[in-house]
Design a protein around this ligand. Structure first.
Ligand SMILES: NC(=O)c1ccc[n+]([C@@H]2O[C@H](COP(=O)([O-])OP(=O)(O)OC[C@H]3O[C@@H](n4cnc5c(N)ncnc54)[C@H](O)[C@@H]3O)[C@@H](O)[C@H]2O)c1
Length: 428
């Protein structure tokens, strides 16, 4: 078959580098391998399972947007812990041992590259596989070199970088994050307010790679990163994948609001026993998560517009590290609802979910869709991808949290990407 511009000789079309290869990243990579082998189906990934309506016809989304097939993806990444992707998947304990055995060859072939670590941002983890550079600018240069080498080795033009590392301690934007010039000087001076995740983001954007922030940390939600994304033609999106409890919250809250039911309290409790849970046991790391988990309800309910209905709401979120459950999280919500004449009612939700099983398909969609956005000439913040996040990144203004409204926005963007693709094809 003749080779086209989009299909290099080895069949690869898109590289995906994950910075951090723990539970969510290995569940993504292992999951894609399992689907390719026909061992399982990609539930939860719109790009693999959903269709777009075109008049009377239903077209698979992947075909509609001409997305790379799973066999055309190449994975790699960085991690500060030792072992291959297979070792990491075993440590994470998400996929069943029988399934993992079938994936051994493919996952053992992926050896994470040495990462960068700063104990100030990740206080309970000891970095074991680290780049030798201690200057932040030199670390960024080394990461850029890794991206270029991966591109060459794998024969891929387009590479998406996904930040899947542990949650870093809470940080507010500061003077060093204001623009590229200041940030570069600050990198050279080892400025303490530059976290490792920002160095990965900087390196990715300088190499023109779309960047996805799967975690609650600031990372690309900073003026400097938006400037770099714009100037290097790279889409960016984040923060914090909308997986279990927040997904349900953003489905339920808009419905209660549409019925003009009041809410006086929403108490959310989680127990989880994976490595992410252990990291979030550090109050400074939990603060990043808490900020991200709390914002959704406020934005949906608009208490300032509806003071009678939501003005007094007490919204609390707790996460407890509870080792026996591993990656199988349990999330309880108790919602205090107020009906006609102020009569009180309660709703209880108990979601027995699997954290990384919910996160992996989102990472797959985000890699494919941010690459498609870049191919259509989009750059900078992609607020239509807010559907996938707890704290959607927006260029300006109020972020949308209501899942149905986010879904409509996503569908509109699919139409625009498909039109751009057709126009590009017509010009060619
Ligand atoms: N699991 C979910 O449903 C979910 C949902 C939303 C967000 N997240 C976020 O995704 C992130 C990853 O979650 P996880 O469950 O995979 O955690 P994990 O602890 O299993 O994996 C994190 C990995 O990142 C590595 N790491 C940490 N700092 C690094 C650095 N500076 N460079 C390279 N590697 C680094 C660790 O060694 C580890 O292997 C967390 O921040 C979590 O809050 C997870």
């Amino acid at each position: 078959m003749a080779q086209t511009k989009d299909q290099p000789a080895n069949g690869a079309r898109l590289g995906v580098l994950t910075a951090g290869m723990g539970a969510i990243a290995t569940t993504l990579i292992g999951g894609v391998a399992a689907v390719k082998q026909g061992l399982a189906k990609p539930f939860g990934a719109l790009t693999q399972m959903s269709h777009v309506r075109e008049g009377e016809r239903r077209t698979p989304l992947a075909e509609y947007l001409d997305l790379p097939r799973l066999g055309e993806l190449r994975f790699g990444g960085w991690d500060i812990s030792t072992g291959t992707c297979w070792d990491a998947a075993q440590r994470a304990g998400v996929l069943e041992p029988m399934l993992l055995q079938s994936l051994r060859e493919e996952l053992s072939g992926i050896e994470p590259m040495a990462g960068i670590h700063d104990p100030q941002y990740l206080r309970r983890t000891k970095g074991q596989r680290l780049k030798p550079q201690s200057n932040k600018f030199e670390q960024a240069e080394a990461l850029r070199e890794d991206i270029r080498a991966f591109r060459k080795q794998q024969g891929v033009e387009q590479v998406v970088v996904e930040w899947c590392g542990s949650t870093e301690v809470f940080l507010a934007p500061g003077p060093a994050h204001q623009n590229a010039k200041i940030f570069e000087t600050a990198l050279k001076q080892n400025e303490p307010t530059i976290a490792p995740s920002m160095i990965y983001a900087y390196a990715a954007l300088k190499e023109g790679c779309p960047f996805v922030n799967a975690t609650p940390t600031l990372t690309v939600d900073l003026p400097v990163m938006i400037e770099l994304a714009e100037s290097h033609g790279a889409p960016v999106c984040g923060k914090d994948l909308k997986t279990g409890q927040t997904l349900l919250k953003t489905i339920l809250a808009p419905g209660l609001k549409q019925r003009a039911l009041g809410i006086s309290g929403w108490f959310s409790m989680n127990i989880l026993g994976n490595q992410d849970g252990a990291v979030l046991d550090d109050p400074a790391a939990f603060r990043s998560k808490e900020e991200s988990k709390l914002s959704a309800l406020n934005h949906i309910l608009e208490p300032e517009l509806y003071p009678d209905l939501y003005g007094q709401i007490s919204h609390q979120v707790k996460i407890n590290y509870y080792p026996p459950r591993g990656d199988n999280k349990e999330s309880w919500d108790t919602i205090d609802v107020i009906g006609w004449l102020g009569y009180a009612m309660q709703i209880k939700v108990d979601f027995l979910c699997r954290d990384s099983i919910l996160a992996a398909p989102l990472l797959l969609d985000l890699a494919l869709l941010s690459a498609a956005a870049q191919a259509a000439g989009r750059r900078g913040v992609q607020d239509w991808l807010g559907f996938y996040f707890k704290s959607p990144q927006t260029p300006q203004g109020r972020p949308e949290h209501d899942l149905s409204a986010q879904y409509r926005r996503l569908q509109e963007a699919f139409g625009q990407l498909a039109a751009a693709r057709r126009a590009g094809a017509a010009v060619r």
